[in-house]
Design a protein around this ligand. Structure first.
Ligand SMILES: Cc1cc2nc3c(=O)[nH]c(=O)nc-3n(C[C@H](O)[C@H](O)[C@H](O)COP(=O)(O)OP(=O)(O)OC[C@H]3O[C@@H](n4cnc5c(N)ncnc54)[C@H](O)[C@@H]3O)c2cc1C
Length: 416
């Protein structure tokens, strides 16, 4: 093939997961190549212009590259995260081929794997799929009902307030992204309406220390999938906070106080009218219940380590009287920030996925297809499997498993 060498092990994707796996494979002396359809750190490059890390800077701690800056509880801007990943890749000479997309992953003609890529065909004895924790933007079915003349975009297409057409803005989905975009648009002078779902929240710096730093001292980030109330809980929103402007609280109450109009779930669109459920108070109550859960966790676990838990007072009462209908005539755009779904099955041609489309693995190794691995999947082993400070643990386990598998099976490594 032209441009893409054959390799005994192929890693697909050069975000933090692919790079961490590459680091660990390099350390074990396992020959491999990393195929990246765009550029190193592409997912971060694609975030909106003002994006800042949401977890504190110390979380930029991939294997062999612990955070060494002077602002561990600060929040670097988007481009600095990309530079961190680029430096990381260079630091150990990661064998990344940028601009090579994998269009399909199939069984090889004589065992192993065949990858059809934008640069030709490649065979491999083992493949690690690291194509992202947050893959395909999810739009609820009601999104199809918006008037054709109205701009409807996903968060992925959002860059900055100035890049949007004039008019009011409807943001659908109140996870971290929806809240952050709503805040930015409101500050730019837009009238913003946020259709809310359910999300946990906590203050950014209780007791003068970042909430992620506090939670890291507990079992919160080590929660396994099996401890969630249902498989669908894996799709739940992350903790509402922001890293913009040095980091601050950002949740239902702060948005309401600044003048963003909070609504219930979007239930339908008919002509120029959008309809919303009257469930805003329930959504806020859900977030408050998670606040109480995390307060309990901190209160129970920190003292066992000799640490005094930060004070987390009861949240103030929330007053909800949201409009149930909006006239879309005065709206310039609707932005969907309604989460993500896995997106493997259109190109990974193996029955290696559950009903929701997540890979079924034992510590990252497919339980169905020998030689097929995954890394960076949300809740793959633990809650932290998909975040900067958690993916390294999984990457080390996956790389060791590959090294073991290879020494046992000596699979074909021949080129196409
Ligand atoms: C808005 C947002 C904010 C976040 N903020 C934080 C945060 O503050 N802290 C934190 O720790 N985590 C955060 N995360 C979560 C997580 O860290 C990121 O999603 C991170 O990018 C995941 O890294 P990854 O390597 O698993 O996947 P990605 O970074 O998505 O990398 C996957 C790579 O695979 C490539 N690729 C995909 N398909 C193919 C293919 N078929 N062939 C070749 N290449 C392919 C892509 O181009 C991409 O470069 C955030 C996520 C989002 C969406």
């Amino acid at each position: 093939m032209v441009g893409v060498p054959s390799s005994p092990v192929v890693v697909v994707g050069a975000g933090q997961a692919g790079l961490a796996v590459s680091y660990e494979l390099t350390a074990l002396g396992v020959e491999h190549v990393v195929l990246e359809r765009a550029r190193v750190g592409q997912a971060w490059r694609g975030l909106w212009d003002s994006f800042c890390l949401v977890t504190p800077n110390w979380t930029m701690s991939l294997p062999g590259a612990a955070y060494s800056g002077h602002d561990p509880e600060g929040f670097v801007p988007r481009d600095e995260i990309v530079r961190y990943l680029q430096r990381y890749a260079s630091s150990f000479g990661a064998p990344v081929r940028e601009g090579v997309g994998v269009d399909s992953l199939e069984p090889g003609p004589s065992g192993g794997f065949r990858l059809r890529t934008s640069a030709g065909e490649l065979r491999a004895g083992a493949v690690v799929v690291c194509t992202g924790a947050y893959q395909r933007p999810h739009r609820p079915e009601v999104a199809a009902g918006f008037p054709h003349e109205m701009l409807v975009i996903d968060a992925e297409a959002y860059r900055s307030p100035a890049a949007l057409p004039p008019g009011k803005v409807l943001v659908v989905g109140s996870g971290q992204t929806g809240c952050q975009i709503s805040e930015e648009l409101h500050e730019s002078g837009r009238e913003v309406f946020l259709a809310c779902g359910r999300a946990p929240w906590l203050p950014r710096r209780p007791g003068g220390r970042d909430i992620v730093t506090w939670l890291k001292e507990t079992t919160f980030f080590d929660t396994p999938l099996s401890a969630l109330p249902s498989p669908a809980a894996r799709l739940g929103a992350n903790l509402l906070v922001t890293g913009r402007g040095g980091g601050h609280d950002l949740h239902y109450r702060t948005l309401q106080a600044m003048g963003v109009c909070l609504l219930g779930h979007l239930t339908g669109v008919e002509g120029q009218r959008a309809h919303f459920a009257g469930d805003l108070a329930e959504s806020v109550a859900f977030g408050d219940a998670r606040y109480a859960d995390m307060r309990k966790l901190l209160g129970e676990q920190l003292p066992t380590k000799g640490v005094v838990a930060p004070e987390l007072p009861d949240p103030p009462p929330f007053h909800a009287d949201p409009p149930l209908e909006l006239d879309l005539n005065s709206f310039g755009v609707a932005i969907f920030t309604s989460g993500f779904r896995p997106d493997y099955t259109h190109w990974v041609r193996f029955p290696a996925f559950d009903a929701m489309g997540f890979p079924v693995t034992d510590n990252g190794a497919s339980t169905v297809v020998p030689g097929l691995y995954f890394c960076g999947v949300h809740f793959m082993r633990k809650r932290k499997s998909s975040v900067l400070f958690g993916v390294g643990e999984d990457a080390a386990i996956v790389a060791r498993s590959i090294a073991r598998h290879r020494s046992q099976h000596h699979p074909a490594t021949s080129s196409a």
